[in-house]
Structures are given as structure tokens and as C-alpha cells.
Design a protein around this ligand. Sequence first.
Ligand SMILES: [Zn+2]
Length: 131
Amino acid sequence: MSRIDSSALALLDLRCPRCHEGKIFSTSALSTRFSAMPAHCAVCGQALEPEPGFYWGAMYVSYGFTVAIFVVVGVLLYYLAGDPPVWVYVLGVTVAVLLTTPLVIRYSRALMLYLFGGISYNPNAASQSQR
Ligand SMILES: [Zn+2]
């Protein structure tokens, strides 16, 4: 794996916040275990759950993402479908939320780890790791 210097790009690619090289999630977003995370980064050994229950806070982040999806789908349906009946809004939002659930959960956890995990980027983390 190649290292990404930008923290924003490393977050978008769901990389470890310390080394920007190891993956935060152990399976694909299309897997049924899409939220499975290794305990430690495979490259630098950074603990990916800073404290027990750390990712409970990611629920608030995913709530924000989900509200944004509601608004975007609602506005798109209003303008593109010409203010359809209510059942179309309900169906559209439900399908959009269900389809984006793996991405919302993964990015919520990653954002939580980057913002509140207390982990700073160290370009030499991979070579300094004891693993
Ligand atoms: Zn790492």
C-alpha cells in the first residue's frame, strides 16, 4: 500500500490516521461485515479503537449524514420528479438510506477516529512500529 500525505485524502480512502497507509476496515463495503475493523493497524500497529465504546459517538455523525441524504433526495425528487406524491418521497429516501448505510457507517467511524481519536499523522509511523 502506498502512503497518502493529505489527511483529507487518507480519510476519504479510509486509511489509518497515524500512518495513512493501513486500511481502517478489514472487509469491502459490499461485504455483509462492512463495519468490521481490525483491533490494530496492520502497518503501524496503531489501536483503531482508542477506548471501549469509542464508536458510540459515530452514531451522531451518521445521524448528520442521514439527515443530509434525506434533504438531498427530497430536494432532488421535488425538482426532478415535479413534487411527486408522498409515497414516492418515502420510498426514495428509504432506498437511498438503505443503499448508503455501509458508506455512512464506515465514514462516520472514520470521521470519529480522525476528529476525536487523538491520533496525529506520523509519516514515519510504519518504520517505527514494533509490529
Ligand atoms: Zn497505521
